[in-house]
Design a protein around this ligand. Structure first.
Ligand SMILES: *Cc1c(COP(=O)(O)O)cnc(C)c1O
Length: 401
């Protein structure tokens, strides 16, 4: 019965052109990656899909640090952090991140998690208790949404970047603890939340602002500290989740906030307490990748990334001018995530397949990840792309137009 039940659901997914599948990467994360397709053949593709924005995943110093960490600590951490899994390297990564955020959050402390998904579940469920009300932005990442589903607090959604709507909701709330929860850079749209206005609301209504900076860390700001640095924000009311598998090139995540918040997470976050700590070698390597991110290499790569963004946007804008009847629309994004909204599910998958025949991999994103009728190519740029790579993408899109 179960198999028939599941097969009927799989058939329904297929009928809507929504079937998802994995492909096997035969080489490491890089703009040129050898990938095995569903037909079994391996090809080198020019990739516009990874979140390794600074190209640190394949940096030799990061790989060396990972190997050194493995020689020092071996493989796994062996236990949860509160038992015996919290290594010297875990401690140093947390201390480093606490110092990074001190200019933006007074008394900042960081607490590490294995993934961003876990960190988001932790912060939203631990703080979103029966005394709280959660105000959640409509386009938040799935992990924040799952956090709100698990939290005891009632959840009120507000519209995308709708500051006035949120103000009205906060004004009407009688909750003792108010938590505003938002992505900083929206992962499927690439636009940036109006954090200064949201923080002003938090100050006015005695609320707290939880910011998921998965796509801002390493990318935004002069030093790569992310969206708080980008906007020059400083407040005790800021609680930031950062992920370390994207621009930091490795894996893991952290919550950084006033030390009372992180002290409480350590006591109360079930996925911190009941889950094995990340491998210490990964933490050891993070000390290297975070130093690269903040240093001269990071600064140069952030500048290059911004130049690539501008070149791609100009190229696609010119293409759309030449083809005014095309229904495509380039999202208004100031980040390395540059979505090209195509419309239908079948259309976007056909476009992605046509690009792949030309040797380019740009993923099509369909509902429910994005709204119905807004299926899109999610183009992501990395600092390891050359300007010629961007030109090749624009030329290939023109050929498909
Ligand atoms: C990727 C992502 C996460 C999850 O982080 P992982 O470390 O990959 O689990 C959380 N929030 C946003 C906005 C993301 O893009």
């Amino acid at each position: 019965m179960l198999l028939e039940h599941l097969q009927a659901k799989l058939d329904a997914i297929r009928a809507q052109d929504l079937t998802r599948f994995t492909r096997i990467a035969e080489t490491g994360t890089a703009p040129r990656q050898t990938v095995r397709g569903s037909d079994g053949t391996a090809r080198e593709l020019l990739m516009f899909c990874s979140n390794d924005y600074l190209g640190l995943a394949a940096h030799p110093a990061v790989a060396d640090a990972l190997a050194e960490g493995a020689r020092r600590y071996g493989g796994g951490s062996g236990a949860s952090p509160l038992v015996s899994g919290h290594s010297r390297a875990h401690h140093e990564v947390e201390a480093l991140l606490g110092r990074w955020f001190e200019p933006h959050i007074p008394n900042a402390r960081a607490i590490g998690f294995c993934t961003g998904y876990m960190a988001n579940l932790a912060v939203v469920t631990a703080l979103g208790d029966g005394d709280a009300e959660i105000f959640s932005e409509t386009l938040n990442h799935a992990s924040l949404i799952d956090g709100t589903r698990l939290a005891k607090a009632p959840v009120t959604r507000y519209g995308h970047c709708d500051v006035d709507g949120l103000r009205a909701l906060l004004a009407a709330s009688t909750a003792r603890i108010k938590l505003i929860v938002t992505d900083a850079v929206f992962s499927m749209d690439g636009d940036i939340a109006p954090l200064p206005a949201l923080l002003a609301l938090a100050e006015d209504f005695d609320a707290w602002l939880i910011v998921d900076d998965a796509h801002g860390l390493g990318v935004l700001g002069e030093l790569g500290v992310g969206s708080l640095e980008h906007f020059g924000l400083r407040s005790e009311r800021l609680i930031v989740v950062g992920t370390l598998g994207k621009a930091a090139g490795l894996a893991g995540a952290f919550v950084v906030a006033h030390e009372t918040v992180t002290d409480y997470l350590l006591q109360a976050a079930r996925n911190y307490i009941f889950s094995t700590a990340s491998p210490p070698a990964v933490e050891h390597a993070l000390l290297t990748s975070l130093a690269l991110m903040r240093g001269e290499l990071g600064r140069e790569r952030r500048m290059h990334l911004r130049a690539l963004q501008a070149r791609l946007r100009a190229g696609i804008a010119a293409l759309l001018d030449r083809h005014p009847s095309l229904p495509w629309r380039l999202a208004d994004s100031q980040s390395p995530i540059q979505p090209l909204i195509v419309g239908g599910n079948a259309e976007v998958m056909a476009l992605a397949a046509a690009l792949e025949r030309e040797g380019l991999r740009v993923p099509g994103i369909r509902p429910p990840t994005v709204p119905k009728g807004e299926a899109r190519l999610r183009i992501t740029l990395c600092a390891t792309h050359a300007q010629a790579d961007v030109d090749r993408l624009v030329a290939a899109l023109e050929a498909c137009a």
